[in-house]
Design a binder for this molecule. Structure first.
Ligand code: TMP
Length: 210
């Protein structure tokens, strides 16, 4: 059966994911590809409720395992109820974050053992993985300055610089371990330059696929 392509977009805070995902979407649509844009945590009504639980600032300490399990609970809903059905229809799915974010934020940021994440990944996803992942990368100070300009910070954005250095390092490590799946974009550049890089990456993905 002809299936769509599962594309994920990753990066730390303030790297411009939303703007650049809109750009990726319009680039693909201009080539006649049907695109579904979604996000994690979230993407279905129940997964969006889990997102609210996860992002809310609260006085109670959030235990690392609760955070990790909620990420995968939301992901299970998202995969079965949105991502797989869309791919089966032949649509391309662009997800703003996926399991690489769990390795980066829970594994890197919160320093949860990567083995524990890998066990949950296999349990929830089986062999299901993104076909391609675009990593928007920028130095932590640049991303954080942009994120702080957006106004009120959520529970993750409120973390300190070292947390985001660990997040960024895990993303870069994953990119170097899986060079075929990942595409690196230098998101510290001006938006027009970022989009020049993105356009060529997206066109090469289309050329390899369609
Ligand atoms: P964002 O969509 O505005 O970036 O917010 C989602 C937040 O959730 C972001 O700070 C990263 C975090 N997150 C994790 O910690 N682990 C995950 O697996 C995912 C998908 C997101």
């Amino acid at each position: 059966m002809k299936k769509g392509l599962f594309l994920t977009v990753e990066g730390a805070e303030g790297v411009g994911k939303s703007t650049n995902i809109s750009f990726i979407r319009s680039t693909l649509e201009s080539k006649g590809i049907k695109v579904v844009v979604t996000r994690e945590p979230g993407g279905t009504p129940m997964a969006e409720e889990i997102r609210e639980i996860l992002l809310k600032n609260r006085d109670e300490r959030v235990v690392e395992n609760s955070e990790l399990l909620l990420m995968f609970a939301a992901r299970a809903q998202h995969i079965e109820n949105l991502i797989k059905p869309a791919l089966l229809k032949g649509h391309w799915v662009i997800s703003d974050r996926f399991t690489d974010a769990t390795y980066a934020y829970q594994g890197g940021g919160r320093e949860v053992d990567a083995e524990r994440i890998s066990i949950l990944e296999k349990f929830v996803q089986g062999n299901f993985r993104p076909d391609k992942t675009i990593l928007l990368d920028a130095p932590v100070e640049i991303g954080m300055a942009r994120a702080h300009k957006r106004g009120e910070l959520d529970r993750f954005e409120n973390e300190k610089g070292m947390f985001f250095e660990r997040v960024r390092n895990v993303y870069l490590e994953r990119l170097s371990n899986e060079p075929d799946r990942f595409e690196l974009i230098d998101a510290s550049k001006q938006l027009v330059d970022v989009q020049v890089q993105l356009k060529s990456v997206v066109e090469s993905i289309v050329d390899q696929t369609v």
